[in-house]
Design a protein around this ligand. Structure first.
Ligand code: HEC
Length: 193
């Protein structure tokens, strides 16, 4: 009797499935709930559609900056140990190692980022360094407004919120391009100014 050609693969597949079903689970982890995923899924896209309610102005941001950011980023927004956040017309005052992509005084996030929402997202997720996640949405709006104002992107009394932030036309919106990199080429972002 000739076995149908498909029988062998089908049998193997069946055995695999049986083995799969019986494989141990090690009792580790759990399936995340929709709520668990929401708590982690805090990234803000360029459109800003994920932005939470709240608002802030540069004036409010100035105070917060002095309290929570100046120690690392410098009182004037440059010259500190951490990367400069406010463009400075004077020569580079930042010394020490520069993390790639290296940012120096003339090329701060508010001037090189193509989207204003990226600044909000970065501050919300990553700052203050080592105290991440402690800022409230209003504070992040205010700090973003402050950095945009200080880099001449918005006016001092502009109110930044979920509607206005994505509308801001960033100075480098049309000029942003990732360097062309192919496998085997040197690093895309050499670690120097
Ligand atoms: C304890 C030191 C420290 C404090 C306080 C701090 N930062 Fe930072 N910040 C850093 C370091 C270090 C980096 C660079 C991190 C990297 O490149 O991975 C950074 C990077 C940034 C960047 C990205 C800069 C760029 O162009 O890549 C922004 C924006 C920023 N910080 C905003 C803030 C704001 C706003 C506050 C206050 C709420 C703050 N930081 C407080 C240390 C600090």
């Amino acid at each position: 009797m000739r076995l149908p050609r498909l029988l062998l693969p089908v049998t193997i597949l069946g055995l695999c499935q049986a083995g799969w079903a019986q494989s141990p689970t090690y009792g580790l982890g759990k399936t995340p709930s929709a709520e668990d995923i929401r708590a982690w899924d805090i990234a803000i896209s360029p459109t800003g559609k994920e932005l939470p309610p709240g608002s802030g102005t540069a004036k409010e941001g100035a105070q917060l900056y002095a309290q929570k950011c100046a120690a690392c980023h410098g009182a004037t927004g440059s010259g500190g140990k951490a990367p400069p956040l406010i463009r400075s017309k004077s020569a580079s005052t930042t010394s020490g190692p520069c993390l790639a992509p290296c940012v120096r005084e003339g090329n701060v996030m508010a001037t090189h980022s193509p989207y204003a929402t990226t600044i909000w997202d970065y501050i919300n997720r990553g700052m203050p360094f080592l105290q991440e996640g402690t800022l409230k949405p209003n504070e992040v709006y205010a700090l973003t407004a402050f950095l945009l104002y200080k880099n001449d992107v918005i006016h001092e009394d502009d109110v930044i919120d979920a509607q206005s932030l994505p509308q801001i036309k960033m100075p480098n919106a049309d000029g942003y391009a990732l360097p062309e990199w192919k496998h085997g080429m040197p690093r895309a972002f050499p670690n120097k100014p």
